[in-house]
Design a protein around this ligand. Sequence first.
Ligand code: BES
Ligand code: ZN
Ligand code: ZN
Length: 494
Amino acid sequence: MANLKVVPGDWKKWKGETLMAFAFQEDAPHALGLGPEGSRLSLAAKRDGFKGRERETILMRPEDHGPAARIILIGLGKKEDCNSETLRRSVPAALRQAEQLGLASFALRAPELAKSPSAQRQEVQALAEGLLLAAYRFARYRSPSKEDPPAVEEAILLLNNVSADARQSLERGRIFSEATLRARDLINEPPSRMNPERLAAEALKLNQPPVSVRVMDKKELGKMGMEAILGVGTGGAVPPRLVEMIYKPTQKAKKIVALVGKGITFDSGGLSLKPPQAMETMKDDMSGAAAVLGVMSALSALKLPLEVRGYLAIAENMPGGRAQKPGDVLKAFNGKTIEVLNTDAEGRLVLADALSYASSKKPDLLIDIATLTGAAVVALGHLVTGVMGTDAKAVRAILEAGRDCGEKFWELPLVKEYRPDIQSKIADVKNIGGRRGEAGTIIGGLFLQEFVGQTPWVHLDIAGPSWSDSDQPYCPTGGTGHPVRTLLRVLEGI
Ligand code: BES
Ligand code: ZN
Ligand code: ZN
């Protein structure tokens, strides 16, 4: 997790050595929020070649009457393209400057761009998120190096008005970010450590009012008739688990929302073994479960008036003497039978039990989050989540919340004419489609639909965005914690 604290500061009272501020890429540059002094500074910066491109920085020493002895400008790109995600992506440049300068604390002038109070709240929250998410490192297994910059402890966000509203937005930024970082930590942990037992133990850590956590072990899963999750787990040394986490608000709940996460702590493919390269990042196959756990960890701080039930469908998918075999038939919790033709399509198996269990409790909305198909990465790349579902309103809410949070979503159709592709000759359904994996992501969605009954449902295939192969402005290489922030925002809007 990050140790950084983001605190508000009063711009009118602030005095200090070093000040950071933003500037657009405009013909007449202006350091935002610094008043007339800002344009003088910006012109000087421009003379020194500063263009104000996104995340570009320049350090200046305005010898005479500047607002500080040392000023660092951070580019925001073109004004017309600037939104809260621009701030989230640009503000990490301030943190990196503070690291380079060895500052334990630094002050940053908020740009205060938005006119409406709600947009202003979003702006402050985005700045806090950009800083807190960018401060994350997963360094637990690395010897400290001299090149590592010392951690920055505090960022002071300088505002015109340190209102209760502004404080609340910073606090929301902190809650959203910590939930995301919790998910990242779970994903980044090596797979033999973050095995089914450990992932369930991490969920149990949240077992205190208003959240209650129950772990169903192998024996209980057997009693309940959950052969699908058990089938996936048979090859692994550590048995599978289904975790149920229930958050109950203090007031009467407006609605009940269930979140189901795919929690494959390692996906080797099972007997339908993956090639080595495809396995390299398969510790991230529990990112859906990690996202659900992250969301659950934030609910009491947000005081949400909903009942939220989180389900983690946890197993390791391994080959071995007891591993399930192509040709096996499993009976899921809702009574439907599944012919397993490819043991690497295991996510939909664990979700078959978890979704039918969750929907048997009749929530008002059911959302599953899963690194389900490589086909989603082919169709949408590593930045976009595939959205499918039977609840058009909830789909729309997710697309919209994603835009606010800087997380990308795109809807794919659940084409019912493709349903025959998963028709089995000997069971109710088979776990892969036909024709060389055509429409693989939609086929995955159609399979899951068999297990949600009439419950309004949305499926998020996060196979692309769950993991980043390169360092990003506010996420280092590794687990991203996508789509924790979007889900929190969706829940707030219900
Ligand atoms: N966990 C994988 C999906 C995946 C692939 C996630 C690449 C992230 C990156 C999933 O269990 C899987 O292996 N799916 C198969 C399904 C196929 C056998 C129908 C796939 O995508 O190849
Ligand atoms: Zn798989
Ligand atoms: Zn998988």
